[in-house]
Ligand binder design. Sequence first.
Ligand code: PGA
Length: 264
Amino acid sequence: MRKRKFLLVGNWKLNHNKQETANFFETCISKLGEIKYVDIAIAPMCLYLDFCQKFTKNTIVKLSAQNCFYEKSGAYTGEYAAQNLAELGVEFCIVGHSERRNILGETDIVIAKKTRACLAANLVPIVCVGESLAEREAGKTEKIIAQQVSTVLEANLEYKSNSLVFAYEPIWAIGTGKTATCEQIQEIHVYIREIITQKFGQDHASKTQILYGGSVKPENIKQISSCSDVDGALAGGASLRVDSFLSMVAELSDLGHAQQNSIG
Ligand code: PGA
């Protein structure tokens, strides 16, 4: 039987204008039946989070932000706080996506502070970690992951097991159509859980959801999520279209149903 519920988060990045956002939610929500075995969230462009609320309110679709700032207020032109997102009814916030690490120069320390700000605002941070191709080829994957995960955990020693989600996203698999193999994914997910176990104990680690991200689509989500330490996915490209998003929900829901009813 599964210990952790599946979670599917659609990361839209800088895609879908206001009309496209409205079209997605209208169609998606009208086609979503009763979903028991998977929680679902969409991370649209931040500008439209408030607008999205009117579609998602009282539905099972949750909203996620793609980013936030770590201070609550002050002279930080262009930023917005985790608290402001919470006011809009947002429940999750992606933190430390590799695009922000690489394009905008976010460091592990900044990401740890953003995680802290989310927890203080009662948002569930989805903390992204992952190695580049060069780092993997140089045999540095575990070192990089340990550094990224530990920095966040050490700055957030009071976090509760169900209040923080990790997403393992190997950079070389994002938007490239290349997915890591199940063995590679499972190995790193186990490793992340070991790091959590060392700091917080096994019970805590076994309750923390760890998602996989990187070219997840309807055709591979079930196989990837069958790995025992994978608790769902953070999907970019495949979450933009209603049909492929709903297919991923259906695949994951099927798997959740099968695992829930299995013995052991
Ligand atoms: P992708 O993006 O599914 O398009 O590879 C995933 C992500 O960046 O979170």
